[in-house]
Design a protein around this ligand. Structure first.
Ligand code: PMP
Length: 308
């Protein structure tokens, strides 16, 4: 991955090499950071953020869980996101706002005045698993690693430390020749991918694990559920056993980075006909249609990238 050019860091645009972190930073030692992943799409009306405020709100919610005080308002963060996209002259982008405890302390209950920094990185990035993955689907496995139990570190907060678990899931999958791993929740029921939510289609109905299954409630998950209902599908959030993956007509994963990635096999067993199915395709069309204008944005999900 190519390093970004200009970073928004604590209120200023800086060159990449100047946007640095101290080796004593609390976040480096203990994972005390929270972050977002969000996109700007090229639309007919110019570059537009997708659900920017929803991402910013989730960033603030995640920060509250770990008592990370953000010295900026949600409006400031939204404006900073636009500033970094414009500074880097990006027509489409993946953005990574991050809030991290930058001050030095070895305390696990850091004093409230320990410094907290904010940075926003913007890069050009296609779909996480590549363009071919969106077309042909990916091969996944069920991970030997579980997601964290709800009373450990909460999956609903998008914190840096959670991604140690995601790394174990993804690295094991890739080592085994798969593109991604799907983890089970502590009770043995389906949870989500290392960096994606999970959907299963069976007999024309769409199923997805509930928030109680140690998932991050994805903004793309919510988008897909909304679009699916608009297209007339029944969407059911429920506890799902692993074997549903093997009975499924279609499986797909969603995320800001992964967008809507069809799954063509699980544990080397083909899903349906071993290629993306009609419901997944319809949802991809509806989703990407938001950006080429073929799906009307009734929800105000798109906001132009403008300087404020
Ligand atoms: N689960 C995990 C663990 C993730 O990292 C992500 C990516 N942020 C998602 C789900 C999908 O969330 P979203 O659609 O908001 O990007």
């Amino acid at each position: 991955m190519k390093a970004p050019q200009l970073i928004w860091h604590n209120g200023r645009i800086k060159p990449w090499h100047e946007a640095t972190v101290n080796v004593g930073a609390h976040a480096l030692h203990y994972g005390s950071s929270v972050f977002e992943g969000e996109r700007v799409y090229a639309t007919n009306h110019g570059p537009a953020f997708f659900r920017l405020r929803d991402h910013t709100e989730r960033l603030f919610h995640s920060a509250r869980v770990y008592d990370l005080d953000i010295a900026y308002s949600a409006d400031d963060i939204d404006a900073a996101c636009a500033q970094v996209v414009l500074a880097n002259k990006l027509g489409s982008a993946y953005l990574r706002p991050i809030v991290y405890r930058s001050g030095f302390t070895f305390s696990l209950a850091p004093p409230r005045d320990t410094a907290v920094d904010v940075a926003i990185i913007a890069i050009e990035w296609g779909s996480m698993h590549g363009a071919a993955a969106l077309e042909q689907g990916v091969d996944v496995c069920v991970s030997s690693w579980n997601r964290a139990a709800p009373n450990t570190y909460p999956s609903g907060a998008k914190a840096g430390g959670n991604y140690l678990n995601s790394q174990l899931i993804a690295q094991e999958a890739v080592r085994g020749g798969f593109v991604e791993g799907i983890a089970l929740a502590p009770g043995g029921l389906l949870s989500e991918g290392a960096g994606e939510n999970l959907f299963i289609v069976r007999n024309g109905k769409i199923y997805t694990p509930t928030a109680g299954a140690s998932i991050l409630c994805g903004i793309t998950r919510d988008t897909v559920m909304t679009l699916a209902q608009e297209l007339g599908y029944q969407v059911i959030e429920q506890a799902l056993p692993r074997e549903m993956l093997y009975f499924a007509d279609e499986v797909f994963m969603t995320g800001t980075a992964a967008e809507i990635t069809p799954v063509r096999s699980v544990d080397r067993k083909p899903v349906g006909e071993g290629k993306p199915g009609p419901v997944t395709r319809a949802l991809q069309r509806a989703f990407f249609g938001l950006f080429d204008g073929s799906t009307e944005d009734h929800w105000g999900w798109l906001t132009p990238v403008t300087a404020t």
